[in-house]
Design a protein around this ligand. Structure first.
Ligand code: C5P
Length: 284
């Protein structure tokens, strides 16, 4: 079976107090984008992948899913091949997207018949972003809370915008960025509300003003090049530039694919990695 595994950007990302398990409580609007890895999965003797990482989330996802099954011993192994396009370690959820794709594909191949919600629950044991990326394959943009295990559809099916995403070529360590982040002490529900309602209404001015990420300030402190690229994006005409996840990728709104491709080309000419992408919403 061959499937696409879609990357995400965080349109909002609020960081609350650290929990007893060492993870911070978060609230985020996670939006899938049309930038994907291609997964090819075939039956084999053991569960393996062609990725060179020891902590490969594809293999972990397959193993966690198999052990959740009523009769794991009856399920064949699989060989997973990944054609990578999502840059690794950039805040775009590449590894988690691949894991989510594996869960959805193997649910069919192993004939497990789990619901999207059950698959998202299983995904929480694979990685913090995996539940959101499982549900977003079915529902489009997703509201993620807790450390990532609480996910619900943001009811934004059909909402679509074009983005320029750009990477300054620096590596952000997720634990380091979280360590430097000052958690919110009060809850401001208007952050998520304004983001979701402006996206639903296609109000691009309010959308651009509503993008936010509590991890951006600490990431810029650690890597000033992220701040420079943000200024560069805004100068190029991208609206509301903000960072995704724990960085270092930034994104912002453009009016059309044509405008976005021109801006991305000018950034690439300056040595940044940049793409124009549409947000992804599954066909109902
Ligand atoms: O989710 P992941 O394992 O990639 O997170 C890496 C590290 O980032 C965690 O060990 C933790 O230090 C920090 N983190 C956090 N709160 C979260 C997610 C990650 O503090 N919700």
């Amino acid at each position: 079976m061959t499937i696409e595994a879609f990357a995400k950007v965080n349109f909002t990302l609020e960081v609350f107090a650290k929990r007893a398990d060492g993870y911070h409580a978060l609230r985020s609007l996670v939006v899938p984008i049309e930038l994907s890895d291609t997964l090819t999965i075939e039956f084999a003797n053991a569960i393996t992948s062609d990725l060179p990482y020891a902590d490969d989330l594809c293999v972990k996802a397959a193993k966690v899913l198999r052990s959740s099954a009523p009769h794991p011993e009856r399920l064949k192994g699989v060989r997973i091949s990944v054609k990578k396009r999502i840059p690794a370690g950039g805040g775009l959820g590449g590894g988690s997207a691949d894991a989510a794709g594996v869960l959805v594909a193997l649910n069919e191949m192993w004939n497990l018949r789990y619901s999207p919600e059950r698959l998202a629950e299983i995904g929480a044991a694979v990685g913090s972003d995996v539940p959101a990326l499982v549900l977003s394959r079915f529902a489009g943009p997703v509201v993620m809370e807790g450390r990532g295990e609480l996910v619900r559809s943001a009811s934004l099916k059909g909402a679509k915008v074009f983005l320029v995403i750009a990477n300054p070529g620096v590596f952000c360590s997720t634990p380091e960025v979280f360590k430097k982040c000052i958690s919110r002490v009060t809850d401001d529900p208007s952050i998520l509300y304004n983001m979701v309602s402006s996206f639903a209404a296609g109000d691009v001015d309010l959308m651009a003003r509503s993008f936010m990420n509590d991890l951006e300030h600490p990431a810029v402190e650690l890597h000033p090049r992220i701040g420079l690229l943000k200024e560069r994006l805004e100068k190029a005409g991208v609206r509301g530039a903000a960072m995704s996840g724990s960085g270092s990728t930034l994104f912002g709104l453009v009016r059309s694919g044509e405008e976005g491709r021109a801006i991305a080309a000018s950034l690439c000419a300056e040595g940044f990695k940049a793409w124009c992408v549409a947000t992804y919403c599954p066909v109902v």
